[in-house]
Design a binder for this molecule. Structure first.
Ligand SMILES: N[C@@H](CCC(=O)N[C@@H](CS)C(=O)NCC(=O)O)C(=O)O
Length: 218
């Protein structure tokens, strides 16, 4: 059985965004059953959780006694057993892995600056000053993604774990209207969010946020 560690509560702005969604979605696409252990902040700093994720973060996963952390690593591990998420053809596989890392290393950091300015540090005096620079940085990178996607339905031509990660990254901009400037990027996100596996993962995540945190998480 695969065990996923996720938060049992989070601020409203983070509902539907926390990174366990990536893992839930990948598990749904791969058709793998899993159980969820919901933790709170105190549990995330416990020595038991730090064994699973040295940064005290979620998601973390245990499968067959092996702990994995970092959402990208977990999704890659799940994808290894799913032709949908990671095609076996060497060219398609190389492209999918490249784009998985691109979503997490070349797009996500560019978008997180806007979350910092608008949400995490919104009350800091410097947040307003940095916002324009953060938006310009995100816009530049999204414009290149838009150009890549102009004649493609998915980042590598067919749906893979790269689209899954890219979609969860793009969702971080939902408090802005920035994506409206990028029709192909928006279309990719909407196409992926329409997948039944995404809908199921999102519904499960949102309903888990209302559950009482289990004693086993402490
Ligand atoms: N690079 C990590 C980031 C994980 C991360 O930032 N997790 C957030 C929830 S989405 C978290 O645990 N925040 C609480 C904290 O950092 O203490 C990954 O992709 O798994």
């Amino acid at each position: 059985m695969i065990t996923l560690y996720a938060f049992g509560s989070c601020p409203d702005f983070a509902k539907g965004l926390t990174r366990d969604l990536r893992v839930r979605w990948a598990l749904e696409e791969a058709g793998l059953p899993y159980e969820t252990v919901l933790i709170d902040y105190a549990a995330s700093r416990s020595s038991a959780h730090l064994e699973l994720n040295p940064f005290g973060q979620v998601p973390a996963v245990q499968a067959a006694g092996l702990p994995t952390f970092e959402s990208g690593a977990i999704v890659l591990q799940i994808a290894e057993n799913s032709e949908t998420l990671l095609p076996s053809h060497p060219g398609a596989r190389a492209a999918a892995i490249s784009w998985m890392f691109a979503a997490l290393n070349s797009i996500e950091p560019m978008l997180l600056g806007l979350l910092d300015a608008d949400i995490f540090h919104a009350r800091e005096p410097w947040a307003k000053e940095m916002r324009a620079a953060m938006e310009a940085r995100a816009t530049k990178r999204l414009a290149l993604l838009e150009a890549h996607l102009e004649n493609r339905e998915y980042v590598t031509g067919q749906f893979t774990a790269a689209d899954l990660l890219m979609t969860t990254v793009l969702r971080m901009l939902r408090h802005t209207d920035l994506l409206k400037r990028f029709p192909s990027v928006s279309a990719l996100k909407e196409r992926c969010e329409a997948r039944p596996a995404f809908q199921k993962a999102l519904a499960d995540q949102l309903s888990s946020l209302d559950e009482v945190i289990g004693a086993q998480a402490r």
